[in-house]
Design a protein around this ligand. Structure first.
Ligand code: CP
Length: 312
């Protein structure tokens, strides 16, 4: 795997190999000195042209645990404000010694276009491109499900696991990457959201699409993945719509109480508490939100290790 651009490019064997490698790397975190020499002398650059807390810091932590050097670029305060393109920016940081580029951008296909442009020779990892894909988020979600259900025979490879993804499906790169990766791994995926927040092409997705959250909860899911309502990607709307959203799609304590006893609640973050998820649920024993964050570091270590090993 020279680049990681989309979960649609990852087959089942590659996905399980990445998850196995991530599991091995997760043991490094427990050491008194959580560091391996694997990427000593390699420089990773975080090229983030969209805001991030988890993904950017997690890639930085992953690179440092593998002894790589890290350059961090943030659009704010950079020459992007003078109109410099992603391609010119990437060539500039490559000329300064970047060996691996982690790219977040608001444009769909930005990371893929850069990887295939010939402008840079480095591996490119997509850290989120608009509403399209967020492949390392899907991998860390799969790693979290795997570790949560490790003792269940059907869950070590995630085949047969029932996952419901809920909310603003239309604007969610997390939903797109998860549907693709989870179904590659054999999970049964349902996407649930209001009709107005469903993508037009949802009927072609390898998932069941429904517009009633309570019906989705009736499928006895092993995991419910709540999505952030992405107000920044929506046209300004009627404030009443938010009240309707909360009524129909917030994971309240009452709804969480209807879940099977061992099912878990996920959220990629950042959370809008009280909108898509009640605080009491986000902080409950069912919540694996911080496990997702923890697994993000080891999954990104595995991705960096894989792309660096496969560079040509
Ligand atoms: N889940 C996620 O992508 O979070 P950030 O936007 O904080 O990176």
């Amino acid at each position: 795997m020279k680049h990681l651009l989309s979960t649609r490019d990852v087959d089942r064997e590659q996905a399980l190999r990445l998850l196995d490698t991530a599991l091995e790397f997760s043991e490094v975190a427990a050491r008194s000195v959580p560091k391996l020499p694997t990427l000593r002398g390699v420089t990773m650059v975080n090229l983030f042209l969209e805001d991030s807390t988890r993904t950017r810091l997690s890639f930085e932590a992953a690179a440092k645990r593998l002894s790589a050097d890290v350059m961090t670029f943030q659009a704010q305060g950079s020459s992007v404000s003078k109109g410099e393109s992603l391609q010119d920016t990437a060539q500039t940081v490559e000329a300064m010694g970047a060996d691996i580029m982690v790219v977040r951008h608001s444009t769909v296909g930005a990371a893929r276009d850069l990887a295939h442009s010939g402008a840079v020779a480095t591996p490119v990892i997509n850290a989120g491109d608009g509403v399209n894909e967020h492949p390392t988020q899907a991998l860390l979600d799969a790693a979290t499900l795997r570790s949560t259900f490790w003792d269940s025979p059907r869950a070590r490879d995630l085949s047969g696991l029932r996952v419901v993804i809920v909310g603003d499906i239309a604007h969610s790169r997390v939903a797109r990457s998860n549907v693709s990766l989870l179904t590659t791994l054999g999970a049964e995926v349902t996407v649930a959201g209001p009709a107005g927040l469903m993508p037009e092409d949802v009927s072609s997705w390898p998932a069941t699409a429904i517009t009633d959250f309570d019906d989705a909860l009736g499928t006895d899911p092993d995991a419910v993945m709540m999505l952030r309502v992405q107000k920044e990607r929506m046209a300004p709307g009627n404030p009443g719509e938010l009240d309707d959203y909360i009524e129909g799609f917030c994971l309240t304590e009452e709804r969480a109480d209807r879940l099977p006893a061992d099912s878990v609640v996920m959220h990629p973050g950042p959370m809008n508490r009280g909108v898509e998820i009640a605080s009491a649920v986000a902080d409950s024993d069912r919540s694996v939100v911080l496990d997702q964050v923890r697994n993000g570091v080891s999954v990104r270590m595995a991705v960096l290790y894989e792309v660096w090993g496969d560079r040509s």
